[in-house]
Design a protein around this ligand. Structure first.
Ligand code: ADP
Length: 223
């Protein structure tokens, strides 16, 4: 196994910023283990356990899940958190989750190296979300025009029929943008001012390839 430095990254971006597709690309190219709270929460809904039943309506309405429940799903994944390259996608998402991340850093003994914001306007984000499709089986994300699968409506990775996420329904898009601005905006602002040396802002309105290249360069991962 090649000798590579450990790297821990938190990635922020409004719904529709391309954050999750970028994280996926980065993860595959550079061996990051992913911590995606949205995906972990949707898995709980699919399992239909006590947590899943509790949060199903919140997810479908585009609202956030309470901090303590997010802490719970993260605690179930402690073994993943011990990997040397970690990418947090969708966490921390509220001011209340900042101390939760601090506790994980202490508990698992790592330090987040970079807090990255993928910056996109609300108008562009909404346009993108309208075309987003996901694989209900593996969680891969596509866009009907900007990032289509090889065969229309079918996941490239496992052949499952793609779907529109419940929280991508037209009436929920606006709510999610607003939730991002009011709840997560202050978290981004916190890291930008508290840790300016570890904060990176990437212009997310370029092509996917260009954003991805900027991100790799900013993280020192460009080959
Ligand atoms: P997106 O970033 O496009 O909204 P995610 O998959 O990251 O998609 O999140 C989907 C949903 O999961 C959110 O709208 C929210 O309800 C819930 N969620 C994800 N992460 C968190 C978190 N850290 N705290 C609270 N709720 C979360």
């Amino acid at each position: 196994m090649e000798n590579r430095p450990p790297l821990h990254i938190v990635i922020f971006g409004r719904p529709g910023s391309g954050k999750s597709s970028l994280a996926e690309r980065l993860g595959e190219a550079h061996g990051f283990a992913m911590i995606r709270t949205g995906e972990l929460l949707r898995e709980a809904v699919r399992r239909g356990d006590a947590l899943g039943t509790q949060i199903e309506e919140l997810l479908a309405a585009g609202r956030l899940v309470p901090d303590d429940l997010v802490g719970e799903v993260l605690a179930w994944n402690l073994s993943v958190l011990r990997r040397d390259r970690l990418l947090f996608d969708g966490f921390p998402r509220t001011i209340g989750q900042i101390p939760l991340l601090r506790r994980l850093e202490e508990l698992v003994d790592f330090r987040v190296d970079y807090y990255v914001e993928i910056a996109v306007s609300a108008a562009e984000a909404v346009a993108r979300m309208e075309g987003r499709r996901v694989c209900p089986s593996c969680g891969a994300t596509y866009h009907v025009r900007k990032n289509p699968p090889a065969a229309e409506g079918i996941c490239d990775k496992d052949g499952t029929a793609l779907v529109r996420r419940a929280d991508d329904a037209p009436d929920v898009l606006g709510v999610r943008q607003q939730v991002y601005e009011t709840q997560t905006g202050p978290v981004v602002e916190y890291y930008r001012t508290a840790l300016p040396d570890r904060f990176l802002r990437i212009d997310g309105e370029q092509s996917f390839e260009a954003v991805s290249a900027d991100l790799e360069r900013a993280l020192g991962l460009a080959s």
